[in-house]
Write a protein that binds this ligand. Structure first.
Ligand SMILES: *Cc1c(COP(=O)(O)O)cnc(C)c1O
Length: 230
């Protein structure tokens, strides 16, 4: 079941890369396992899937304890400051940093644990009032601030594109993310050299891969419909 879905998603990413003149290995597939049990992660890992995404801190930590050490956990959800302690040291990357105070709390906990945490700035590229993440100008300020935090390694940008019928509708947003990344790099901010774009979900990961995603975050296309709403 999972193996077949994985093969299909992998093939579509490969085709998107070919179309765009990119290499398949430049795009990491994150299997978003939120709401699925540890058993589903173990089954997927046995199929060769290594990177998994979770959006709740304690759920991630609990699942991690029940899965092989080789699993790479990505934190992709709205993170409350009092939950940072669960994520730092357990996630290989925090994709969803959306404010300077949150970044500062991650820095504080990382310093205490003597760790460096890889982070992305979550950008609300479509400017939807209801979504998490920040506008483009605030993103520059957040990236600048994170670049100056010694225990953060700021690697790139993340977005959640709007739900759409036709994934082509999100192509301009993905392209805008790539342009924003290039603009920020051109500013030459201290400690900042962005190279990751986390964008694309079950409905639009192929378009995101064509537009330069280095991480695509795919849940339902791999695991089927979620067991409970998020
Ligand atoms: C749930 C989730 C995904 C995966 O969504 P699907 O549409 O099931 O692929 C990706 N990114 C984030 C931040 C999520 O919360």
């Amino acid at each position: 079941m999972f193996a077949e879905r994985l093969e299909k998603v992998d093939r579509e990413i490969r085709e998107a890369c070919e179309k765009a003149g990119r290499r398949r290995e430049d795009v990491t597939l994150i299997a978003v396992s939120k709401t699925n049990p540890a058993e589903a992660v173990r089954e997927a890992f046995a199929c060769g899937q290594i990177d998994f995404g979770e959006n709740k801190a304690q759920e991630m930590v609990a699942k991690k304890a029940e899965c092989p050490d080789g699993v790479r956990w990505h934190f992709i959800g709205n993170l409350q400051k009092n939950k940072v302690k669960y994520v730092v040291g357990n996630a290989v990357m925090i994709h969803s940093v959306s404010s300077v105070p949150l970044a500062a709390e991650i820095e504080r906990i990382a310093a205490k644990k003597d760790l460096t945490v890889s982070v992305l700035a979550e950008v609300n590229i479509a400017d939807e009032a209801t979504k998490h993440g920040i506008g483009r100008e605030e993103a520059v300020e957040l990236v600048r601030a994170m670049g100056e935090m010694p225990h953060l390694s700021v690697e790139g940008l993340m977005c959640i594109a709007p739900p759409v019928e036709d994934p082509e509708e999100n192509r301009p947003y993905f392209a805008a993310m790539r342009e924003l990344l290039n603009e920020i790099n051109a500013m030459g901010l201290p400690g900042v050299r962005l190279h990751e774009l986390s964008m694309g979900m079950s409905g639009d990961y192929a378009v995101a891969a064509e537009e330069g995603a280095t991480f695509v975050r795919v849940g339902t296309a791999l695991f089927g419909a979620r067991k409970y709403p998020i």
